[in-house]
Design a protein around this ligand. Structure first.
Ligand code: SF4
Length: 420
């Protein structure tokens, strides 16, 4: 018998970092984060999108702070979010002039919970160290965390050139892509060391080293994880649109998470024009949930359907339940503690239907082609009833809601509602 089959490796040890009310690293659960795509100078749009991302389950939200008009809005955005009960920590994304914005707008510096610094564009030549130091000093003054976020698209060119030159005269030269990966890692580690030399604690530093190719990302993070104990932010940059972005992110981050690497994740999906930005949060949560690291929403298992399915009833039912769960989750989190661990099965025929349904907390096996038009329902592994007729879908939906109320509702509340 195979034991220990495909269990995730023990989480790599990392130093825990507090970002506002959220802990990243150490023993804390892997944190889901996201980023807005609104102009931060447009406070209305940014408040609305941060709120939507937070309600979808994003535990940290990053916003762009690229110019004075944006910096001036940051404390106002924070205040407005607090007023509507959205206390998600905000991360400021700075490039080129972060040092200036943070020193010119101290209220912005105070309102943010973490500053993202890109070592590749924090300043160039002689100015780089001064500007980097300025940001670190402001972060220390306000007791804020930083993420040193290297991105291969804006990699420190001086460092890359130096490593390329060294490689060219080396007795055992490696490939250009291996040099690039080393430059990405070194850029992060050298900057983190510089921050520590300036007096910043390791418990204030998170590192990321993002690339856009799956195999490169796995190689870079595996190496980075061996060479430091900073908390690591995982993310495939420019993952792309639609299924390509989802598959690339899940494949690369899934492998790293399985190796115990990663303390916070972001799925960088390109939304379709007018698309829903919260999709990236949903994908990140589903990745962590299907791998067994965290539970966010009840799981609806549905078979793929095949030639034995007579109609689209089971797909519609599975979709309907899934949609209802997702829309209801913000309220259910409060109302039904533990409901995120629920498993529902909606199966298309007798072949796997009863088996899968028994395994779920509540499941239904719909009739396939040529089967008696009846649908056995299983609750906690036992067949409790058989539904028949036109109303199968609605009756099963109601049974799921009753099950949730019974199992996760507070006893007091359940008896009150049954009396009313
Ligand atoms: S459970 Fe039945 S309908 Fe669903 S995929 Fe399997 S054989 Fe096909």
């Amino acid at each position: 018998m195979i034991d220990n089959f495909a269990k995730p490796k023990t989480r790599r040890h990392s130093v825990a970092v507090k970002v506002g009310s959220v802990t990243v690293g150490g023993d804390a659960p892997i944190v889901v984060q996201s980023m807005t795509n609104t102009d931060t100078a447009d406070a209305d749009a940014t408040v609305a999108q941060v709120a939507a991302l937070a309600r979808a389950g994003s535990e940290l939200v990053r916003i762009t702070v690229d110019r004075p008009e944006a910096a001036v809005q940051v404390p106002r955005i924070r205040e407005r979010l607090d007023r509507i009960g959205i206390n998600v920590p905000l991360v400021g994304d700075f490039h080129y002039i972060g040092h200036k914005l943070l020193s010119d707008y101290p209220d912005c510096a105070a309102a943010l919970d973490k500053y993202r610094i890109n070592p590749g564009n924090v300043g160039f030549k002689a100015k780089r160290d001064t500007q980097f130091s300025q940001i670190i000093e402001i972060a220390m003054k306000h007791d804020k965390a930083v993420r040193i976020g290297v991105n291969w698209g804006s990699l420190d060119q001086e460092l890359l050139t130096k490593l390329m030159d060294e490689n060219a005269v080396s007795a055992a030269p490696v490939s250009a892509s291996a040099v690039m990966r080393e430059a990405i890692i070194q850029s992060g580690l050298l900057s983190a060391q510089r921050a520590e030399d300036l007096g910043m604690g390791r418990d204030k530093i998170i590192l990321s080293a993002k690339v856009s190719q799956v195999q490169d990302l796995i190689a870079v993070y595996a190496d980075l994880a061996e060479r430091c104990d900073y908390a690591l932010h995982l993310g495939l940059t420019e993952a792309g649109m639609g299924t390509k972005g989802i598959v690339s992110s899940a494949a690369s981050m899934g492998i790293l998470l399985q190796q115990g690497i990663g303390d916070t994740i972001r799925v960088s999906l390109t939304p379709e024009p007018g698309g829903d930005r919260t999709r990236e949060v949903q994908v990140a949560q589903e990745l962590l949930q299907v791998m067994g690291f965290r539970a966010f929403v009840p799981v609806v298992a549905a078979c793929p359907g095949c030639g034995r399915t007579t109609s689209t009833v089971f797909q519609e039912l599975a979709q309907d339940i899934q949609d209802h769960i997702r829309v209801s989750m913000p309220a259910w989190r409060e109302q039904y503690p533990g409901v995120e661990g629920l498993n529902v099965a909606v199966m298309g025929c007798i072949v796997n239907g009863p088996g899968e349904s028994k395994y779920a907390d509540i499941g239904i096996s719909l009739p396939g082609t040529g089967e008696t038009p009846s649908a056995p329902v299983f609750v906690d592994g036992e067949k409790v009833t058989t539904l028949r007729g036109e109303g199968i879908a609605d009756e099963f939906k109601q049974m799921v809601l009753d099950y949730i109320e019974q199992r996760f509702g507070t006893p007091g509340k359940a008896s009150q509602s049954s009396q009313s």
